[in-house]
Design a protein around this ligand. Structure first.
Ligand code: BTN
Length: 324
């Protein structure tokens, strides 16, 4: 997209990114971009709502904070964590943020916690797979105790995927899609995976939503055909704190929706889906099923139209196939 085709938000971010060493006044932005100051003011507020971190005000001007250091998450997520009541814990290197979150939730009487790490030595993915987590990515677990019926648990994963896809779009303007059950793809390659682990007792569930987002980390060679990072796509690093903020701004308000009216999340997932209407192959332990993905059911299962009729897939891994 050339500069004159860019949206006002894009022009503002570009200008501020070239001048991160000082606050830029509304008058300067208005003159440089040939846009009315009121519009710029409105768009600056909109950018902050989307997750961009801006310091300053109308009087001193605005300065974009390009933070890539997850150690500062506590500071930059403080307002969100106060509003939605979750603790924040950053650790340099862990085995898996899932394990740390579970331990902390068990030890302390807290309602919810966000555990973020720069590196994981034993990151895990769905279906017991390894999740490579070298520095530069977003590796985090959002854990919460909640009263809910078991059937809604997979919807947390879908809410996570929708939130990450929207956050990516808000910060990078890339078009992110979701792949069943809860991967996030950009340009057809996986950038984010979500792992939901839950332990249920009579009255409540402990949900651990692990989010692994490839941002500025290197992707192992053998995964390059199917996975990528935002940095590789954009050819420049993305400040991780913007993304972290954008993800939580999307995710926190969706949590009560998952509990009260999950059909809303399913609708959002359908709109962002790269799976629906595609021919897919499902690899199960004992067999492989091929069919057209026609919908998702209320519990998040994938509904396939196969040569033997409709089939519901609750758990598994799918491969998108080319139409024949
Ligand atoms: C998948 O697609 O298989 C899910 C990957 C989930 C990876 C994240 S990274 C943070 C959290 N800690 C882990 O050990 N796994 C999840």
């Amino acid at each position: 997209m050339s500069a004159h085709e860019m949206s006002p938000e894009g022009l503002i971010v570009n200008y501020l990114m070239r001048n991160t060493d000082r606050p830029v006044s509304l008058t300067e932005l208005s003159k440089a971009l040939k846009l009315p100051p009121q519009l710029i003011f409105m768009k600056l507020k909109e950018l902050m709502r989307r997750g961009f971190i801006l310091k300053g005000d109308e009087r001193v001007g605005y300065q974009l904070i390009c933070e890539d250091d997850p150690r500062l998450a506590g500071i930059y997520l403080q307002d969100i964590s106060t509003k939605y009541h979750f603790d924040i814990c950053f650790l340099e290197k862990v085995t898996s943020t899932q394990d740390i979150a579970k331990e902390l939730m068990r030890e302390q009487e807290i309602h919810s916690i966000l555990v973020i790490a720069e590196e994981q030595s034993r990151g895990r993915g769905r279906l017991d797979r390894r999740w490579i987590s070298s520095p530069g990515g977003i590796w985090m677990t959002f854990a919460l105790r909640i009263q809910l019926q078991g059937a809604k648990i997979p919807i947390f994963g879908m809410a996570g995927a929708v939130s990450v896809a929207k956050a990516i779009e808000n910060i990078t303007s890339l078009n992110a899609k979701v792949k069943w059950p809860n991967d996030v793809l950009v340009n057809g390659k996986k950038v984010c995976g979500i792992l939901i682990e839950a332990s249920l007792s009579d009255a409540e569930a402990l949900i651990c939503m692990g989010i692994g987002l490839n941002v500025n980390n290197d992707i192992p060679k053998d995964l390059v055909p199917s996975a990528t990072s935002l940095k590789a796509i954009l050819k420049k690093p993305v400040p991780r704190l913007w993304l972290l903020r954008a993800i939580l701004l999307q995710l926190c308000p969706r949590i009560p929706i998952v509990i009260e009216d999950p059909s809303n999340i399913l609708d959002e997932w359908r709109k962002l889906s790269s799976t629906l209407r595609k021919r897919v192959k499902v690899v199960l332990h004992e067999r492989t099923i091929i069919g057209k993905a026609v919908d998702i059911a209320n519990d998040g299962s994938l509904i396939l139209l196969t040569s033997e009729g409709l089939k519901k897939i609750a758990v598994g891994d799918i491969v998108h196939l080319r139409d024949t």
